[in-house]
Design a protein around this ligand. Sequence first.
Ligand code: COA
Length: 377
Amino acid sequence: MKVCAQITGWGKCLPQRILTNDDLAKRVDTSDEWIRTRTGIAARRIADARESTATLAIRAARNALNVAGLSPQKLDLIIVATATPEYIFPPTACLVQDALGASRAGAFDLSAGCSGFVYALSLAAHCIESGACHNVLVIGAETLSRIVNWEDRSTCVLFGDGAGAVVLQAAEGDGGVLSSVLGADGSGADLLIIPAGGSRRPPSPATVANGEHYIHMDGREVYRFATRVMARASREAVQAAGLTMEQVALLIPHQANIRIIDSAAHELSLPKDRVYVNLQRYGNTSAASIPIALCEAIEEGRLQPGDHVVLVGFGAGLTWGAAVVRWGRPTPIRPVPLWRRTASWLGYRLASVRSLGMRLLRKLDALLGAPWRNGKR
Ligand code: COA
């Protein structure tokens, strides 16, 4: 029997703080009218001082695991797609692994700009189909507000913070992730870039003074690239799944700009009601935008078992990717029962005790030496 990778759980986490276009107009020379007509964005969410990419990722992951009814200990792999990791290293995925108590899981971050979630989903599906993994957690999480230059009106109006997650599980049959196509064109690397902070230009007073740790973007070129690849990648993925566009119930595109989305939908001859859009509320949340949109589409009852959904993204790299999923779970799902929520809450408390215990043990080791551990003292 063929093994497929089914999406069995999904969750999102968005910061409470809302920053509207009018709020932004008080900071930089812009207007609600300009932002809405050029991008379709009306507001975005901004992480507060206690929130970070990892905290948003952890909350989205817990919600996804709750929906799947899966214990974190059963996870084989955790992938966090992000352009704004908690640190350069360790990977944000390891912080998520620790907070979840996913003691059997490997964990790593994936950097493919705003296409990161589609890349991670594709990789996770292949891991499951090959038999290497049974249960994989895929997260897209970002705090772009931390790398945006709030004095640069050409970029600061576009981005927002948030996280979305899905649980992929092995299942028998031919549903789940049916196909994926990934692409890259590094000749456009400079079009969307944070110039400093990596090995090429390590941080220095000069890089900070020049604003080189912020997002730098050639908006027009990125726009041209995006309108070229969105429809093409979607079409290729649909073809690879052995389907036609008529069989696609919903297109969930990366939520960067309504004009880019409309142009792709037009080229694919998809009517508006078969294209999901929520960028007016959240702006561009990079690798988090597709999983957040997927969660909201499910919450709104836009996906039914048997439906084919296309997820398509593009971003820094330049990168692009599209995946076709045959939806397998009935929606809307019943609320997670109280006992399960209580059990997972207890599990997560235990995970933090376990983490603390391991840190203490490591300190004891360092203090008393390895023989203490080996029972020689
Ligand atoms: N408010 C008011 N005016 C603004 C502005 C803002 N927030 N940002 C730029 N402008 C000005 C520019 O300075 C320019 O003025 P000028 O003609 O006097 O020089 C004018 O508006 C037009 O700028 P332009 O860059 O041509 O606008 P545009 O129609 O291309 O729209 C973007 C700009 C950024 C919205 C658009 O290029 C875009 O969406 N690109 C893709 C970006 C993207 O999706 N990035 C993420 C990829 S994952």
